[in-house]
Design a protein around this ligand. Structure first.
Ligand code: SF4
Length: 441
């Protein structure tokens, strides 16, 4: 029997542990190539999670044995508030193939913006509750460091109630990780996480432990009630390739992995977040260390960016980092747009960022899950100069078709790239192509 878990008042993890197959598992299962027993086992032991858009009853599975998923972040800034534009970006991201959205607004009426985005997408929506807590502290007290501790817990509950599927919560940035940051004589790029930087300022100014760490059980109680997935935030992530893997980052990661165990024992679904900026030769170790220390919790990487100099092209830098991360086992990639480091992304930037991240996820899955069926099919179509099939197996069929039409008169021969020097046209009469997937058919 399939149980609708939302009604059963259990988290997906608790259901999986009891061997109950839920509607959410069924939904994820039907979109993936994984055996039912593996999916339920992975959810039970915390190696996979299921995100739920509660307003539209849509689900997305993330983690072991599942395809790499991509997130598109949208949201207002304090100096650019255009709610219609953010809703447009949400639709562009969904149409472009994003698996989840993060609504990261910091300017305007945050409850209203979140509601508008939730009403206009069927993707699971994530947030960073600290943003709203600091926003409200600024509005009420004119100073974010005056944020009362309870406010962030109220915001978490309010956002859960509104239908948020997952939350980046910075519980691992505690006094120990802050001490590690101070002792290593700081960094090239300092702190780049908004939530992390504001939280550090709050802890220093109030001379207090991070309430999200100190009262971690209160966080878990709320998330469990709504089966909102906990994404343990990476507030000390490097903003420069020079700073990657430093002691502060490692300290926070260790604490996050400890908290991940506690969340699992509590029945809460949990993801661990990673970098950031990281040199390409450190990616393998980064994924393996996170997987080992967290007992294979789903790993959510923000990019990562493999160089610091690609301003205007950071979607490419992050696609390189994302593809490698996924190939080594990362499960969830946050896209980066061409506007990264330069300004608030436009709808067009969102579209480019989503496409770049989708390519990265696919490249990773070719290695991680041996998922190369479309690559074989498009290669064969290229050999046979079958344009319809080439479009069909492209990552963006519409765009491929549009470019082809723009650059060619007809579709009977090769294309305008080589004209009469088309290699497949020249050679095909000499060979019988009967080879499929490396073997004679
Ligand atoms: S003309 Fe060149 S690019 Fe175009 S299909 Fe033939 S070989 Fe490929």
């Amino acid at each position: 029997m399939i149980i609708n878990n939302f009604m059963a008042n259990m988290t997906e993890k608790e259901s999986a542990t009891r061997g109950i197959w839920t509607a959410a598992m069924d939904y994820a299962f039907n979109k993936e190539s994984i055996a039912k027993e593996h999916l339920i086992e992975n959810i039970s032991n915390g190696k996979a999670v299921i995100l739920h858009n509660k307003n539209k009853d849509k689900f997305v599975g993330i983690g072991r044995g599942l395809t790499t998923k991509i997130n598109a972040s949208i949201g207002t800034s304090t100096n650019h508030i255009d709610i219609k534009e953010e809703v447009r970006k949400a639709k562009i991201a969904e149409d472009g193939g994003a698996d989840t959205l993060m609504e990261l607004s910091v300017g305007g009426d945050l409850d209203f913006i979140r509601k508008e985005v939730l009403n206009n997408t069927s993707l699971p929506v994530g947030t960073v509750p600290l943003y709203q807590a600091f926003r409200e502290a600024i509005d009420r007290y004119k100073n974010p460091v005056k944020m009362p501790e309870n406010l962030v817990f109220d915001v978490i509950e309010k956002q859960c109630e509104s239908g948020v599927s997952f939350m980046a919560i910075h519980s691992g940035l505690n006094l120990i990780s802050l001490e590690r940051l101070k002792k290593q004589s700081y960094r090239y790029a300092g702190l780049v996480s908004k939530g992390g930087a504001y939280l550090v300022a709050w802890m220093i100014e109030n001379n207090k432990e991070n309430p999200l760490y100190e009262r971690f059980e209160d966080v878990l109680k709320i998330l469990k009630k709504y089966d909102t997935v906990l994404s343990l935030g990476n507030g000390l992530r490097a903003g420069s390739t020079h700073d990657s893997f430093d002691r502060a980052y490692m300290q926070e990661l260790i604490i996050n992995c400890e908290l991940c165990d506690i969340a699992r024992d509590y029945g809460v679904q949990v993801i661990v977040e990673g970098p950031g900026h990281i040199p390409i030769d450190e990616i393998e170790a980064n994924v393996k260390i996170q997987k080992r220390m967290s007992n294979e919790a789903p790993f959510y990487v923000l990019g990562p960016l493999v160089t610091d100099v690609a301003a205007g092209y950071d979607h490419i830098s992050s696609a390189i980092g994302g593809a490698l991360s996924s190939s080594y086992g990362a499960d969830f990639l946050c896209y980066v747009t061409p506007s990264e480091h330069l300004g608030l992304p436009s709808g067009e930037d969102v579209e480019i960022g989503v496409k770049a991240a989708k390519i990265a996820a696919h490249i990773g899955d070719m290695i991680k899950l041996k998922k190369n069926g479309d690559d074989l099919n498009i290669s064969k179509a290229r050999r046979d100069i079958d344009w319809e099939k080439q479009f069909k197996y492209s990552i963006d069929p519409e765009y491929a078709r549009k470019l082809f039409k723009l650059k060619n008169q007809d579709d009977t021969a090769g294309c305008s790239m080589c004209g009469e020097f088309c290699a497949p046209l020249r050679i095909r009469k000499y060979f019988k192509y009967e080879i499929k997937q490396g073997k004679k058919s």
